[in-house]
Design a protein around this ligand. Structure first.
Ligand code: HMG
Ligand code: MG
Length: 301
């Protein structure tokens, strides 16, 4: 068994993390968070989403946030886009990558984006085509690849089916997401295996929520398969408004600590990352949801 020597992390804190916050987070705070993440060495940041502000009010300042960030060469800024209306708005903000987001579960698709899986693919197809014609990369998030809050267990075949549909419309890489954090290593590996029937290992990333405390071990299970792209949230922020009870993504601090211990290169400075997590946690008036950040902050004081 050989683990990857380098891992690329996408911090999804500003988007997946903050989308679920009830209290308003001003655009200036989101912009400052993005700045701190890039200062810490993150090379990919999921900044916001161009969805309906009626559905997800917290992301209603998408254009303002995108206009306010100071872009750094070599950093990729991505945004979620559910349909052509979202694409038209997102395009003006010049993201480096857009993310269409579907689900391996019918009921989650309905609850999250108000359409069936088949309809979602029909909506995504012209978005993917337009983005690629404009030279913007396209990622596909695949929700509920191991479990669904409405349907329970999700079979790997359903993940394979969604991956194939995403591939067919021109999506360039995909996230295998455990939306509600119920996965354990074997289940996550089966979902990844099903995805690998349609995408190369370099085009597959892990997106693990940590509801049941399994996200780090699931990350390790994915590393064992050669996956080297992962999404995580600084300070363990997050959750999906349409996945009640699901907690945030695995904390970026925890993943970086794990990877450092394994001798895997990330290009991220852990101390600066902890600062970024503390910044947003202070704003939200709570402690970072990261064991590593907590330990390092205790050590500092
Ligand atoms: P809909 O109501 O079916 O859309 O929503 P519609 O086309 O019928 O339009 C209804 C209204 O929404 C219209 O406005 C449209 O203009 C407007 P009205 O005429 O009533 O004033 N509208 C939009 N406004 C702004 N931007 C848009 C847009 N589209 C329509 N893009 C829609 C369909 C997808 C828009 C809606 O269901 C939605 O916004 N859902 C939000 C889903 C979401 O953001 N979920 C969280 C992110 S996914 C996630 O967290 C999972 C992930 O992390 C991976 C994992 O962990 O699993 C990625
Ligand atoms: Mg998520």
């Amino acid at each position: 068994m050989s683990l990857p020597t380098r891992v690329q992390l996408i911090d999804v804190g500003p988007r997946d993390g903050l989308q679920n916050e009830k209290q308003p987070v001003p655009a200036a705070v989101k912009i400052a968070l993005v700045q701190r993440l890039q200062d810490a060495g993150l090379k990919e940041i999921e900044v916001t989403s161009f969805v309906s502000p009626k559905w997800v009010p917290q992301m209603g300042d998408n254009a303002e946030v995108m206009a306010g960030i100071t872009r750094q060469a070599g950093v990729s800024y991505s945004v979620l886009v559910p349909n052509l209306k979202g694409w038209e708005a997102a395009q003006a903000s010049k993201p480096d990558e857009i993310v269409v987001f579907g689900a391996a579960s019918e009921l989650f698709s309905q609850k999250n984006i108000n359409c069936s899986i088949a309809e979602s693919i029909e909506r995504f197809a012209p978005v993917v085509e337009a983005a690629r014609a404009a030279g913007i990369r396209v990622r596909g998030a695949m929700s509920c690849t191991v479990g669904c809050p409405y349907e329970g267990e999700v079979a790997p075949e359903r993940v394979g089916m969604l991956a194939r549909l995403m591939k067919d419309i021109g999506v360039q890489r995909v996230d295998v997401a455990d939306t509600i954090g119920v996965g354990t290593p074997l289940k996550v590996q089966r979902a990844i295996e099903a995805t690998l029937a349609h995408f190369d290992i370099n085009e597959v990333s892990g997106h693990f929520h940590d509801t049941y405390g399994q996200a780090l071990v699931n990350t390790y299970a994915a590393l064992e398969m050669g996956v080297w792209n992962f999404q995580s949230s600084v300070a363990g922020l997050g959750g999906c408004p349409y996945a009640k009870g699901a907690t945030g993504n695995v904390a970026t601090e925890d993943v970086v600590y794990l990877l450092q211990g394994l001798g895997i290169e990330t290009g991220i400075a852990l101390d600066k990352l902890v600062d970024a997590g503390q910044y947003i946690s202070d704003f939200l008036q709570r402690k970072p949801n990261s064991r590593v950040a907590t330990a390092l902050l205790n050590k500092r004081s």
